[in-house]
Write a protein that binds this ligand. Structure first.
Ligand code: PGA
Ligand code: ZN
Length: 424
């Protein structure tokens, strides 16, 4: 056992150049741990809330109050706690905050602290983080889900859909999966260049989507897979994050790019046509977070052949995951540390999903940093799948590269296509 001697919060900067919270935790035995809060742009309404200063300065995004909370109340409350008691520390943080959505101390302050404690405990045990959280169990390397075109809130809403991604289901190892991804990313860039459509990259590093219709992105992505030399579907499959809460409310979906409005049934029919026409194995947030009936209907129709992921709808809440499993609203859970706000709640949501036979993806946010914690959690918790954004920019590459090192060190088996669940 080693107790917490010191907790230090500071302001650092994320991949969008916005302030975020970093926390260092020092233990009495000299071990240290660090956590940095990520930040979403297309957030679910039930997520833990970041504490931002507001006002004019830095677009209102500054975190001086959240940092002050770490250095004040949080530091005082955690001093002397056993760092190995993650559940006890997270419960203390939740009680100290006292709100249902962590609005008082800030989800950003809490999640950075919780992550820092986890790292400090691993360091004190002399273990890499993935091994510390695995608790001696076998681990697998996750199937990566990688964005090729960014869209939605991450690309000025240039297209309505948010993520056009690939999953290298035919790869034999994590390293092999990344090499296949690199070929597809390059091929997609070349195709856009040839069409005069290269205009830089979106928030997560995917190509900026200069398309005239959402479906054009699907066509080009399928061609990019072929140009890279892979069989679409068999070797490299397509995965989408519709992020439908961003353009759908009260059962009305407004596709701005195509200047049309669909109701829930129309949206389901559109996605059904795409599922028939393109090698899509996974769809996230196909309907808005407030369209539960639509989610149930979509999963009933397509859930056998397609992974249906809940992000905004589940918000990494164990309770919402269990309920969703009961009513058949989704069959897969996206797991994000800062949606829940602490490591313990995040782990509980992941366990609830696994207990309900849902597939699981540990995910980054659109605002990220050099923090690679999620890579370790995806491996150590045997999530099966990892979503980090695209294949460019170092806040993304740091996480992919960390997985390469862990694969080399462990020789762990690659989850591959099986991570998508039986029959997909
Ligand atoms: P966000 O988006 O981090 O901007 O919320 C990521 C996602 O929707 O998966
Ligand atoms: Zn999402």
């Amino acid at each position: 056992m080693s107790v917490i001697a010191k907790v230090v919060g500071r302001r650092v900067w994320d991949s969008r150049g916005r302030p975020t919270v970093e926390v260092d935790v020092q233990l009495a035995d000299g071990s240290c741990g660090r956590g940095i809060a990520p930040a979403g742009a297309s957030r679910g309404t039930r997520e833990a809330v970041d504490l931002r200063d507001g006002g004019q300065r830095l677009g209102g995004f500054d975190v001086s109050a959240a940092v002050a909370n770490v250095n004040g109340e949080i530091a005082r409350a955690l001093a002397g706690h056993d760092a190995a008691d993650q559940a006890g520390i997270d419960a203390a943080l939740i009680a100290l905050d006292g709100t249902p959505n962590k609005a008082r101390l800030g989800g950003n302050a809490l999640v950075a602290t919780s992550i820092a404690v986890l790292h400090a405990a691993a360091a004190s045990a002399g273990l890499p983080l993935w091994r510390h959280v695995a608790g001696g169990g076998q681990v697998t390397m996750p199937l990566p889900e990688i964005q090729i075109f960014g869209g939605g809130a991450h690309a000025g809403r240039r297209v309505d859909l948010q993520d056009f991604m690939v999953m290298p289901v035919g790869a034999l190892s994590f390293a092999g999966a990344l090499e296949m991804t690199a070929e597809v990313y390059l091929a997609a860039g070349s195709l856009m260049q040839a069409a005069g459509k290269v205009a830089g990259v979106a928030d997560e590093g995917g190509w900026w989507p200069q398309f005239d219709a959402n479906e054009e992105a699907l066509e080009i992505l399928t061609r990019a897979i072929e140009h890279a030399g892979f069989a679409p579907g068999r070797e490299v499959a397509i995965s989408l994050d519709i992020a439908a809460s961003e353009f759908g409310r009260d059962g009305v979906y407004t596709l701005g790019l195509e200047k049309r409005r669909l109701d829930s049934a129309g949206m389901i029919a559109l996605l059904g046509r795409w599922l028939d026409a393109y090698p899509i194995v996974s769809i996230e947030d196909p309907l808005a977070e407030d369209d539960e009936a639509g989610l149930i209907e979509f999963t009933r129709l397509y859930g056998a052949r397609c992974q249906v992921i809940g992000d905004d709808y589940l918000v990494t809440s164990a309770g919402r995951v269990a309920r969703a499993a009961e009513i058949g609203a989704v069959n897969s859970a996206l797991i994000k540390l800062n949606q829940a706000g602490t490591v313990t709640e995040t782990r509980a949501a992941l366990s609830a999903a696994q207990a309900a036979s849902m597939t699981v993806l540990v995910s980054a946010r659109s605002g990220e940093t050099e923090d690679v914690t999620i890579t370790h959690l995806a491996i150590g918790w045997n999530a099966g799948q990892l979503k980090v954004g695209s294949f460019a920019r170092s806040e993304r590459m740091a996480k992919w590269n960390e997985a390469l090192r862990i694969e080399e060190a462990t020789g762990a088996a690659f989850a591959g296509r099986a991570a998508l669940g039986a029959g997909r």
